[in-house]
Design a protein around this ligand. Structure first.
Ligand code: ADP
Ligand code: MG
Length: 682
């Protein structure tokens, strides 16, 4: 039976060529598209339950007068009339300005209908309209569609009504009745009708609830099936090695592992030893010690006769990792090499030869690592560091580079769980949720830029004790468009201020990698006391003697970026400080600064960041791989997301899902995504 919903919209009565084009312009081609073109909001002229009304929203309520109105005058003309109104369970205060004549008409227990702004905190309504008696005929809830060009909202309503009338009967249920019953969800037919033509808010809420669950479940099913297919269709390496040799390595570390590190290492080892390919995300706050976890995993791969690759976003970070890993691996006779763009010509060829001949067992570098010119002898494990911006597609590409290679993605941007299971839904996730013992939390202050004198004094005090400081600026040089501090100016200002006493370095993205290297090296050897920099130091840089982080124009940075920057200090045993110089104009900006001063916990910050920014913006503009949901909102509907995720996991694991008739609707959906044939995931 051919699905009538797939018919073109031109089959709909009244849709001629012109209208067809108008509808195409908003992405509607088929009847199905039209039916699933949901309103983006509703105008509600009906009575509402105050419970559901947000602060400052306009509302219409009907209630009984509960107190004698009190009237006060300010001057001759201006007046304020207040009385108590009983609305359902609510006893609220109604305020009318400049309508003294209402006083005599309002008798106790009489019914009035009031429209105005609802102040949820004070429990008051400031009247815009007041009528005596019950609410007149209900105008109901009107759907508002997003339209373009000549297409009108009224027109959209008409086409959708027509489509509902003609085609609603052809709408098939996709969710099995077990799930419909379990969550008391509306059928797809009912929900479609309601979402376009709601009679009441509670009914609309139910329709929305159904689509939220459906969207989340379908998405999570896609992810879980992808995960299953990736696991089963790709033969993994079953790493085999002598446990005691790995133990020796762990015991050689200068510190005992934290419980979280040990747990995560176990999870990774299980993957590496299993016949499936590892596809794991490792989350851990800045300073939680992901590098040694990576080192241990790499050592395991090497012990089992393979090579490892560590891929990082910047060359500075690559150099730092190389330095610390060379030290760690030296006693174990492991050859660690660094591949950067500055290694050229003969040296490069020699290095690449060594990689090919297995003379190098661990190769560290940027993206260049997995490009064509690099051939490994036997690559067993790829680890990427600080790559939270990878989307699903990029992750797939990386995995396809090596043959059966295990992949571990590490990120220091703690990702709120709702986003993690969405953006990284097809992966396994490990979390280091504990910092090494003895870390002091960084004291963070938010100050106005006018307090510069005191900040200079503060830097001086720390530096005179032998410690070091970072000073971060958003720009490299002066800009006529933006009134923000630039690194060049701040550098010369500090140079003048500390002349003859302390050395001030300068670091920014326009330096060559040799220059950057020199600056960074002299800072990490404490030859430079104060480092002025743009955000190039944001990721991963580790100088434990640095205790002060000053960030200019801090309101220009997002919360997770500020947290990353702050994470450059607090890496040693001394008390560290972060000073945010900011004069934010917006409420969100102020809120961000406040949150920074309140918590050092990256997971708490990321949750707050998500609330402030919304899921679309969380990863920044570059992020791909975030799905767009029509109805569902990952932040708001996180409970539904958790439930749908769990259901998807269980379904995909169960035999019934793949065989039982009742899951056919879902199976058809999965087949259509092409995942089962190894096709591209959208
Ligand atoms: P990140 O997770 O931000 O990459 P790093 O791996 O750079 O963190 O570790 C931060 C610092 O903590 C490093 O100096 C590292 O040597 C140290 N470290 C890591 N694990 C431990 C531990 N278990 N106990 C004490 N210090 C540790
Ligand atoms: Mg790191």
């Amino acid at each position: 039976m051919k699905n009538r919903l797939a018919e073109p919209i031109s089959n709909l009565k009244g849709v001629g060529e012109e209208t067809e084009h108008l509808l195409n312009d908003v992405g509607i081609y088929t009847i199905d598209d039209l039916l699933e073109y949901f309103p983006y909001r509703y105008d509600d002229n009906s009575l509402k339950d105050l419970e559901e009304v947000k602060h400052d929203e306009r509302v219409t309520v009907e209630g009984k007068v509960h107190s004698e109105p009190a009237l006060t005058y300010f001057g001759k003309k201006r007046s304020r009339l207040t009385f108590r109104l009983l609305v359902g369970r609510y006893l609220l205060t109604v305020i009318c300005f400049n309508r003294p004549y209402f006083k005599n008409k309002l008798s106790i227990d009489s019914t009035v209908t009031v429209t105005g702004k609802w102040d949820k905190h004070r429990q008051t309504i400031t009247v815009q309209e007041l009528t005596f008696g019950p609410k007149q005929a209900l105008a109901g809830i009107e759907p508002i569609y997003s339209v373009k060009g000549k297409l009108t909202i009224k027109g959209m309503r008409k086409f959708i009504s027509l489509a509902l009338k003609e085609y609603l009967g052809d709408v098939n249920e996709i969710l099995p009745s077990v799930l419909l019953q379990k969550y008391k969800l509306q059928t797809r037919k009912d929900a479609l009708k309601t979402i376009h033509h709601p009679n009441r808010q509670d009914e609309l809420k139910q329709a929305r609830r159904r689509f939220v669950y459906e969207e989340f479940l379908l998405f999570q099913l896609k992810m879980q099936v992808l995960r299953k297919v990736q696991r089963e269709q790709s033969k993994g390496i079953m790493h085999e090695f002598a446990e005691n040799r790995l133990e020796q390595f762990i015991e050689s570390l200068p510190f005992p592992l934290t419980n979280a590190q040990s747990r995560v290492i176990n999870e990774i080892m299980m993957d590496m030893k299993s016949p499936f390919r590892m596809n794991r995300l490792l989350q851990g706050d800045v300073g939680s010690g992901k590098t040694v976890v990576a080192a241990i995993a790499i050592y395991a791969a090497i012990l089992s006769g393979y090579q490892g690759a560590l891929m990082v976003p910047t060359e500075i970070l690559a150099e730092q990792h190389a330095e610390s890993l060379v030290t760690l691996f030296e006693p174990f006779n492991i050859n660690v090499a660094l591949l950067t763009s500055s290694i050229k010509g003969k040296r490069r060829r020699e290095l690449l030869d060594k990689v090919k001949n297995n003379e190098v067992q661990l190769l560290i570098g940027t993206h260049a690592l997995i490009q064509d010119e690099v051939n490994f002898h036997k690559l067993g494990l790829v680890i990427t560091d600080e790559q939270h911006r990878f989307g699903v597609e990029q992750r797939r590409m990386l995995r396809e580079k090596g043959e059966n290679t295990d992949v571990l993605f590490m990120t220091a941007t703690p990702i709120p769980r709702t986003l993690a299971i969405t953006a990284f839904g097809e992966m396994d996730v490990s979390v280091i949720d504990e910092l090494p013992a003895g870390r002091k939390s960084i004291e963070t202050y938010w100050v106005k830029p006018t307090m510069l004198e005191r900040i200079l004094a503060f830097i001086e005090k720390e530096v005179s004790k032998g410690r070091q400081a970072y000073v971060i600026c958003p720009l490299i040089e002066e800009s006529d468009k933006l009134d923000v501090q630039n690194a060049l100016d701040v550098h010369s200002m500090l140079n003048i201020n500390f002349q003859g006493r302390y050395k001030v370095g300068l670091m920014h993205g326009r330096l060559s990698s040799d220059e950057k290297d020199t600056v960074m090296r002299s800072f990490s050897q404490n030859e430079v006391n104060i480092l002025v920099s743009t955000t190039v130091v944001e990721v991963g840089v580790n100088v434990p003697n640095a205790t002060t982080m000053v960030i200019y124009d801090a309101e220009r940075f997002g919360l997770s970026q500020l947290h990353q920057l702050r994470g450059r200090v607090g890496r040693g045993s001394e008390q560290s400080y972060c000073i945010l110089l900011a004069d934010p104009k917006s409420e969100t900006g102020k809120e961000r600064m406040k949150i920074m001063t309140e918590t050092n916990d990256g997971f708490v910050l990321s949750e707050r960041d998500l609330e402030l920014r919304g899921p679309g913006d969380f990863f920044g503009k570059k992020q791909s791989g975030m799905p767009i949901f029509k109805v569902a909102d990952m932040v708001h509907d996180y409970r539904a997301l958790e439930v749908a995720r769990q259901d998807a996991v269980e379904l995909v694991r169960s035999q019934a899902f793949w065989e039982d008739e009742k899951y056919e609707g879902l199976r058809i959906f999965i087949t259509e995504t092409g995942i089962l044939d190894g096709e591209k995931l959208d």
